[in-house]
Design a protein around this ligand. Structure first.
Ligand SMILES: [Zn+2]
Length: 74
């Protein structure tokens, strides 16, 4: 009988942990959502895919923000 109560207690603790984990996940997901859905763009010079925030646009062409990294990839 004591074992059953212990198992129930453990199950309840696991339930509380998962519920807390899920709540923290939901709370964290909202502020970071814009990053997750960020556009991926391809460099017009070396063809490397990167998030738009790491790219540079010049005259309508998307390129790597770091020109040295761009040439290296080529
Ligand atoms: Zn590039």
């Amino acid at each position: 009988m004591a074992r059953i109560l212990l198992l129930l207690a453990i199950g309840f603790v696991i339930y509380l942990v998962f519920r807390g984990f899920f709540r923290s996940q939901v709370g964290d997901a909202k502020p970071s959502e814009p990053k997750d859905v960020e556009d991926m763009v391809a460099c017009s010079i070396c063809g490397v895919n990167m998030p738009r925030s790491e790219s540079k646009e010049e005259g309508g062409k998307v390129t790597c923000r770091d020109p040295s990294a761009c040439r290296h990839a080529k």
